[in-house]
Design a protein around this ligand. Sequence first.
Ligand code: HEM
Length: 509
Amino acid sequence: MFLMASQYPVALLVGAVVFLLYTITSLQRKYHQYRIARANHCQPVRFQVSKDPFLGLDSIRDNIDCAKKHILLERSLSRFRQYGNTFRTRRLRTPIIVTREPQNIKTILSLRFKDYGLGNRIHAFGPLLGHGIFTSDGEHWAHSRAMIRPNFVKDQVAHLDIFEDLMGDLLALIPTDGTTVDMQELFFSYTIDSATEFLFGHSVQSLKKRLSGVETDENDFASAFNYAQDAIATSTRLGPLRHLFRDRKAAQCNRVCHELVEQFVEKALQYRANYQEEAAVDDEKKPRYLFLQGLAQQTGDRTRIRDELMNVLLAGRDTTASLLSNMFFMLAKHPRVWQKLREEVASLQGRAPTYAQLRNLTYLKYCMNESLRVHPVVPSNARFAVTDTVLPVGGGLDGNAPVFVPKGSIVAYNVYSMHRREDFYGSDAGEYRPERWADLRPGWEYLPFNGGPRICVGQQYALTEAGYVTVRLVQQFSVLESRDPGPWEENLTLTLCSRNGTKVSFQSS
Ligand code: HEM
């Protein structure tokens, strides 16, 4: 459409008014922000030196390169050493504040929880996880959380039969003659079996399938799930640039994962169709709560059910398996620690532990705490400021002044680097030394399970499972040896496990 000559002055006037309004709104916003910053005594934060200070393209590239070389966490640590415990960077137009200050992390996760959300996480996580507990905020999140919580009441978590039932299969897959075995693979099978039984009421029985020696769908699922998570991590690092890189393999892997979950969607829908009758029968028996059934009572929407199940499967399988894999990697490298564990576990006289006994094994707790400190399973995370807000520290030359956080910023927090702060953990913060826990009573400087309203719902379950498996292995084998000549290296997708697996050998007493 063309403008008539007589219409030009009108168009110019409209343009000028729009420009003026935009400028006034921007100035008002800046002034408002300035007042918040001044009222809170905020100071500027150190800026990470960048060849591209406008878009931060070199930082994005550096992160992707480091992730490929499996040194991203070490790189993050060296950045904190260089720039201090809080610094600023940017990704395209988005300002990012990066921190490893407990006070700041407590503020975003708890004290000012409402000022933050997950932001655009759904863009990167959505293709695999859809809309579930890990990708939603507000009412959707509260609803997802309410449905899963009853699965983790103490009575259910203290019920150790599921773990014991699987131990036989796990032990049958471990050679006892000193041959090398990759425990990481086995732990991943163990935890998907226990999580599907515990949360969905039906185990995928991947350990049994391994035992039968048949190539299984579960093996396809395991590698597809790993790849799909790696793709999410890369997509997160790329931010909006993800649209320039198409990953066909990721789309294929997402399909494989969704197919595995479909069998549980069917079960949920069947349960929904019949649950009035089942409820009448079950009332007498007081069955345990199953997330799958709780979910099916709330919705018959296939996609919602699939997404929620997918989210919880990620939470249940990878996290505890990673804790076990990382810990056994270190136990195998530290025979003295293994020996001490054996001495503690000897008090059980070879019997399977009860829930109460498990909780009283202090050194076992130290070993798990220390693994989660040195190799936190969720080592880095982020929140998105949904309003103008303030962090308590990180500003000024000494990094002790409050920091203004404009709406739309990302605050990225790095638990891996926080857990290696020498001012909290001493000069040997990088070492695996469970004994340090005898004197440690950390607050927010130790955060493997997150904090605040979104704290991990599976924490007790995970520690019970990891503790139980460890005790049963300690009881079975007197000798644990590392068969990996190298140090632990990172394999960082959404969770953190060992790049070269957990190659060890066991021998019975
Ligand atoms: C060692 C094992 C585990 C670790 C280190 C761990 C850690 C975490 C962390 C750091 C978060 C926060 C994620 C975020 O907000 O971005 C989280 C959330 C969550 N975890 Fe765990 N987790 C573990 C095991 C489990 C298990 C076994 C389950 C369930 C079977 C589980 C279920 C969840 C759920 C549902 C959430 C989402 C909570 C929410 O957003 O409200 N976790 N976990």
